[in-house]
Design a protein around this ligand. Sequence first.
Ligand code: AMP
Length: 284
Amino acid sequence: MFIFQKVADLQAFLHAARAEKKSIGFVPTMGALHAGHLDLVQKAKSACDIAVVSIFVNPTQFNDRKDLEVYPRTPEQDVAALISAGCDALLMPPVDEIYPPGIDLTVQLDFGPLDKVMEGVFRPGHFKGMATVVKRLLDIVEPDQLLMGQKDFQQLSIVRDMLRQLDSPIRLVMCTTVREPDGLAMSSRNTRLSPEMRRVSPVIYQVLREAKTAFQEESAHKIEARAMQKLAASGLQPEYFELVDGITLQAVENWQDAAFVVACTAAFAGTVRLIDNIVIKGSE
Ligand code: AMP
């Protein structure tokens, strides 16, 4: 595996690969890699000739400074894990390689309602920062395929819309959420959970699954209220639990309202903010 810190060096490597007609699969990450990330890397490698990964803790997508400061960083383990997963090239750039001083690369696209609901309400500015870094990384890597996790469903919906607006030829591949045996969605932030919060957190997945079972019979309103209560009763501090149309991210109320419905939630487990979702009706 080649490790690059300079954008120009990665681009020279990719230029040579493209000259040999090699296809490129790209997995952007913020590091502290777990089996969910590595699954994306393996999928990139099996779908394309070259798997490229970036590790960049993007300061502009952290609306909370403290969250950025305590975000886990494990570069040595990440490098070893990526070698085992079959990654060909890793970009680990300093901030000024991604954001060259004096150049404003902020994405100014209008995502309509997509970035105004759920995470958009609780993390102002987050999606602008996310879209900006993803666009910058795509401009650098120019992959054939971009692999992202369903775990960040709203993020994926916004990236899909960005690619559509840019008329990009890049194929976006959504990969299913990898979970711990007790159902907790793998996340870099899980390492920061206290033992007590780690014990409690699988309730998030339980409540999502209960919503799926209940939705054929009950209104979204009722399900959401019960889910919020159950999350709070277990010791978490839920921010939202919403059943949304999987394309528009707008709230749905009844089973017949949409063909593709996703239940999405965010909750604090102590000081650690966790998000999760499951498809509860249909598929993309
Ligand atoms: P992050 O490092 O958290 O920014 O995530 C990088 C990529 O990995 C994103 O596309 C995430 O959606 C994806 N990802 C994170 N956690 C998981 C998981 N548990 N299963 C599958 N993909 C994941």
